[in-house]
Design a binder for this molecule. Structure first.
Ligand code: GLA
Length: 751
């Protein structure tokens, strides 16, 4: 998979999806050469012309060679101050106040498998699944080294990159920018895709023409955030869901990040990914090393689905861990939207009884069970059950679920501290703060200083004290504000700017300790919904609550947006009441159910208050989901119609089982149209020569009548060849209701 051509000094990283090539130029510089479809061999047919470019300086040793400048070459790693004026990989301040080092090629090593990154989540692989190239760059004055790591996976369309910075000299260094990735493309003929949003409105797709100058996706919130996701893609302009070249970047990090593109004067494009330097500095003493988080790069020539499937496959096989990695996830009911803070033992017992009757498998007790938390003003940090509210304690609620054969789950928000808490009264300095100014509040709470070991221990112990009873099968781990005044009472001034990154490292350490101690517990991460839906959190917790917005129509966009990077098995998706609590919309039950079936399914409503007819319908939906669950959660996901493109009025998702024998095809039409245009839904990825039987069809449910009477129902029981289903598709024209949701189940019959 990884070779070094000694004659041409070219590293060639290759599998059956792509080739990635770079060379060692003049024995010093790493120049990027090629990234795209696999090449037999890289020989440099598109050799760059040697041109004397005005205002592009020569490094000192090449004063008389006016055609050589670091400003005009594609680099794998860019340092400051030697004439490359684009965004650098590194900004390091020396004791003499300068920020210029000369990091030149020193050597390389190719390793089987993939070494772990110290203290950080990353993709993992066995020795026969991957190969890793480590290239060492060393400063000519011996001050520091940078080790660039590249891993190629056999059969996966992804490559990972990260950097380890080492202080090898005698002076203290201060890193003010330590990027994980620098990658230069020879042109800028790209659309730039990113995912933006807000609380309860996560991950809308933004697709714009890549512009000259610098464009940044990122934040300084101390979290991967609802606002901008740590994802970026560059796609050739005609790229659509099923065709075209696309390069996707996903950052395995949960803190402030920066993903920048820079199109420079000659039209080339640089991509820089790393911890956000606006929010970071790190003091590196002699002998110390700094490991950056990892970037996953997906390349596909078969469109946005190709990119997404490369991410999905890599994350399912090389990121998720533990018992639930490849296991279907339980259907849950969560009491948050059912009761908010207003519950007691009796109410929860009623919920459990009803859940059992409907076929639900896990009952989750959300916020409000601890301290004296009757609203969101108090008690975060005091992880002791409120016995006034729950007379039988947590054991009682767990028992009520367990005796009915349900699993039991519990909500925590362990990184936080309420001002009104015993914990704050005992340890006010455990909250992140600056001594001279009042702290900023968000949801009446402060953030614990997880950069400190004693605070990490407190969090681990208080969560484990509850888990050790063995009564908890599932944990929802929440994080409901971002970081302000991010300074630590335990740290000397020169290390204070490290606090936000140290907070993230502290969190990872806490999560590793807790999740490894309780391997049978299913963990779901949450941050006011999907405010920390990132690959790093998925390394510890294999699913994430996708959004606090549970409206089915909003969820079509939120979940489709999330699917550009993350597979359905990682997305919590629940049915809630109408009118919906976030947007007030009224949608049919079937539409809510079908939208939620895309992910780890559940209910987030007072199921005890449903009519008998509704309960019957819910039972049918749960039975249907159980039947389709392996296909949805363990199969391949394809977007056929995206709510961000085309009419923006239609969404279609296709799930193909692992053995390719079953297909679940969901089609949603948001608003009904007069004079309905003829519409076809074309399937993708089928075997053109195989016949597929339409095994079941669920027409849309309408709020005013039972079904819209779409004619495709007559196809049930008939078989069609894959080529016709892909070229002609199914007719989805006859729809006369808003918020319509359809499902077809297809079965592959032998050729
Ligand atoms: C966050 C979560 C919700 C719920 C509340 C409880 O907003 O996203 O699902 O758990 O906190 O306070």
């Amino acid at each position: 998979m990884i070779t070094f051509d000694e004659k041409r000094n070219v590293f060639h990283l290759k599998n059956d999806r792509f080739s990635y090539c770079f060379s060692v130029e003049r024995g010093k510089y790493l120049l990027h050469q090629y990234f795209g479809r696999p090449l037999r061999e890289f020989r440099g047919s598109a050799e760059r012309p040697a041109v004397d470019r005005g205002f592009s300086p020569q490094p000192g040793a090449y004063e008389n060679e006016r055609t050589f400048s670091l400003d005009v070459v594609p680099q794998e790693f860019a340092t400051n101050g030697h004439g490359d004026f684009r965004i650098p990989s590194l900004d390091v301040v020396l004791e003499n106040g300068t920020n210029v080092v000369e990091l030149w090629y020193e050597g390389y090593e190719i390793k089987k498998g993939k070494p772990a990154l110290e203290g950080l989540p990353a993709l993992y692989a066995s020795d026969d699944e991957a190969e890793t190239l480590e290239v060492t760059l060393a400063d000519t004055k011996g001050r520091m080294k940078a080790i660039l790591s590249y891993t190629v996976f056999a059969g996966d369309g992804v490559l990972t990159r990260s950097v380890r910075y080492m202080n090898t000299g005698k002076e203290t260094l201060r890193l003010e920018n330590a990027a994980s990735l620098c990658l230069d493309f020879p042109d800028h003929d790209f659309d730039r895709l990113s995912l933006y949003g807000g609380h309860a409105a996560e991950r809308s797709l933004e697709r714009i023409r890549l512009m000259r100058g610098t464009m940044v996706t990122g934040n300084t919130r101390g979290a991967s955030s609802h606002q901008q996701s740590p994802f970026l893609a560059l796609a050739r302009p005609k790229t659509d869901e099923l065709s075209g070249d696309v390069y996707g970047f996903s950052f395995i990090y949960s803190g402030s990040f920066r993903m920048a593109t820079e199109v420079e004067q000659f039209g080339t494009t640089r991509v820089i990914v790393g911890i956000n330097p606006d929010d970071f500095a790190w003091t590196l003493a002699p002998g110390d090393a700094f490991q950056t988080p990892e970037v996953v790069i997906a390349y596909a020539h078969d469109g946005l689905n190709g990119m997404s499937q490369a991410f999905h496959q890599a994350y399912r096989n090389h990121l998720l861990r533990g018992k639930y990695q490849h296991a279907v996830r339980p259907i849950l009911v969560n009491n948050w939207e059912a009761t908010y803070f207003d519950f007691d033992d009796k109410k929860l017992d009623d919920l459990a009884a009803c859940a059992k009757d409907l076929g639900i498998e896990l009952m989750v007790l959300d916020d409000g069970w601890f301290g004296h938390r009757e609203d969101d003003n108090s008690s975060l940090g005091d992880w002791k059950v409120n016995r006034e509210k729950l007379k039988g304690g947590l054991e009682g609620v767990a028992e009520s679920a367990h005796k009915r054969g349900l699993k039991f789950g519990l909500w925590f928000e362990p990184e936080m501290i309420s001002k009104d808490s015993d914990l704050y009264r005992a340890h006010p300095d455990w909250a992140l703060h600056v001594p001279d100014y009042p702290s900023s509040f968000s949801r009446h709470q402060l953030v614990l200083d997880l950069s400190r070991k004693e605070v990490q221990d407190y969090v681990v112990n208080s969560v484990c004290d509850i888990l050790k009873s063995g009564a908890i099968d599932y944990v929802k781990w929440d994080f409901n504000r971002h970081l302000t005044e991010a300074f630590s009472a335990g740290r000397t001034p020169e290390h204070q700017r490290e606090t936000k990154h140290r907070f993230v490292l502290g969190l990872y350490s806490v999560l590793e300790r807790i999740t490894q101690s309780y391997p049978d517990v299913l963990f779901e991460s949450c941050s006011g919904g999907g405010g920390r839906f990132d690959a790093a959190m998925l390394y510890y917790m294999p699913q994430t609550w996708t959004s606090d917005d549970t409206d089915a129509i909003c969820r079509l966009s939120i979940q489709t947006g999330t699917s550009y990077v993350f597979p359905p098995i990682t997305m919590g998706a629940h049915v809630s009441v109408t009118p919906n609590h976030q947007v007030g919309r009224v949608t049919p039950m079937q539409t809510r159910a079908f939208a939620a079936m895309m992910g780890c399914y559940g209910y987030e409503m007072d199921i005890t208050r449903m009519s008998d007819a509704e309960k019957q319908q819910v039972k049918e939906h749960i039975a249907l989901y159980k039947r389709l669950r392996p296909t949805i959660q363990l199969g391949t996901f394809t977007r056929l119609l995206s709510p961000f493109e085309g009419t923006k009025n239609e969404t279609a998702w296709m799930f193909t089982s692992e053995d390719a024998k079953e297909i679940a095809l969901f089609y949603f039409k948001t608003l009904s149209e007069p004079c309905t245009p003829i519409r076809r839904l074309r399937l993708a990825g089928l075997d053109p020569d195989a016949a597929y039987k339409i095994a079941a069809y669920y027409p849309a449910q309408s709020l005013s009548h039972d079904s819209d009477g779409s004619g495709t129902g007559t196809l049930v029981g008939r078989t069609f060849y894959g080529d016709e289903l892909m070229q002609e598709g199914l007719n989805v024209t006859k729809i006369n209701t808003d918020f319509a949701a359809y499902l077809w189940v297809l079965e592959k019959v032998m050729k």
